[in-house]
Design a protein around this ligand. Structure first.
Ligand code: WQD
Length: 306
């Protein structure tokens, strides 16, 4: 629905792939729009569902936006897909379903707990809905539990371009580095971690994209071992907020202005992935390091004046 993007992205996709995707602007919260989409495009063999709001902090302040946008859109998509005699569905889920996991690195069979934010809860509920639907319909699904997606396509043609003040760490860092924002606020340095700041598993968005292609091909080729399969998508390495700042400073050669402020509601201390299942079963492994991801985010900004 372009609420947090723009049609310019299509030009970037054409520049990268040489192919012009069919684009239909619609709001997945409108049941009739979803229904008419599938009437018009009755040859859809697979769906990758990314369309959700995804900022932990924002979801705490505006839970209904998240429950409506993330759950209603999923239900309307599944209603259409379950009418097909075979439906392949890739779901963008999240490590937030683990809440604060007991053990690190986190495996796919770590207990799913009540996530610490409405955003994470919409992903937990979404996974449960998909599981219930797959049991009684033709839907085959792969749940991809993202850790922290960062970076941009190396061509600089497409990348994260949050509309308004960025909620996530890395876009806020790059906007601070390019002078759009004055100073980064680090939400707490009193966590039980080596440097006191929270640890996350920052995965390059291109690595993430490649995992989606592999997952969809797995379903299209009938290689899935169960109707629902779950994979953690991370690098397997945890990085603290201060380490991410250091990485940016190393990659950009710039000092980043920041200050320590109180903790943000809904944040967990630590999350990074055990990547064995994605490596061994899905046949996918993240290739980019945090520094490479940061460089991919920063270089385009250097080359294109803000
Ligand atoms: C990361 C760390 C903040 C902003 C993300 C996505 C969510 C899901 C899980 C995919 C935290 C700190 C942040 C700032 C800061 N991914 N921070 N100052 O909350 O881990 O969730 O990963 O589905 O969609 O949002 O990511 O980037 O908001 O925060 O200190 O200005 O950076 O406290 O420790 P988060 P984030």
């Amino acid at each position: 629905d372009l609420s947090n993007s723009s049609e310019e992205v299509l030009k970037g996709i054409v520049a990268i792939t040489g192919k012009t995707p069919i684009f239909e602007k619609l709001d997945l919260r409108e049941k009739e729009s979803v229904r008419s989409f599938f009437k018009k495009h009755n040859d859809v063999s697979g769906v990758i569902h990314f369309a959700a709001s995804k900022a932990v902090g924002e979801s705490v302040g505006n839970p209904l936006l998240y429950y409506e946008n993330n759950i209603a859109s999923l239900i309307y998509l599944l209603q259409e897909l379950s009418k097909q005699d075979k439906a392949n569905f890739i779901f963008s889920s999240s490590c937030t379903v683990y809440g604060q996991a007991e053990e690190m690195p986190i495996t796919e069979d770590a207990p799913v707990q009540k996530p610490m934010s409405p955003y994470g809860n919409t992903k937990k509920i979404g996974e449960e809905i998909i599981s219930d639907v797959a049991k009684v319909t033709s839907v085959n699904a792969i749940l991809l539990r993202y850790f922290n997606p960062v970076g941009a396509h190396p061509s600089a043609e497409i990348g994260e371009l949050p509309i308004g003040v960025p909620q996530n760490l890395v876009p806020f860092i790059t906007q601070t580095g390019s002078g759009v924002r004055q100073e980064l606020s680090v939400f707490g340095d009193d966590y039980p971690t080596p440097d006191g700041t929270c640890i996350r598993d920052y995965i390059h968005v291109v690595d993430l994209a490649k995992a989606h292609v592999i997952a969809l091909q797995r379903l299209l080729n009938g290689k899935n071992l169960e109707k629902i399969e779950t994979f953690n998508l991370g690098t397997g390495t945890g990085s603290s907020v201060l380490e991410v700042i250091n990485s940016f400073e190393k990659m950009s050669g710039k000092k980043l202005p920041y200050k320590i402020v109180p903790r943000r509601e809904g944040d967990i201390t630590e999350a990074y992935a055990n990547t064995d299942k994605a490596n061994d079963v899905l046949g996918w492994k993240a290739q980019s390091t945090l520094d490479e991801a940061m460089a991919s985010k920063w270089e385009p900004i250097l080359s294109s004046p803000i």
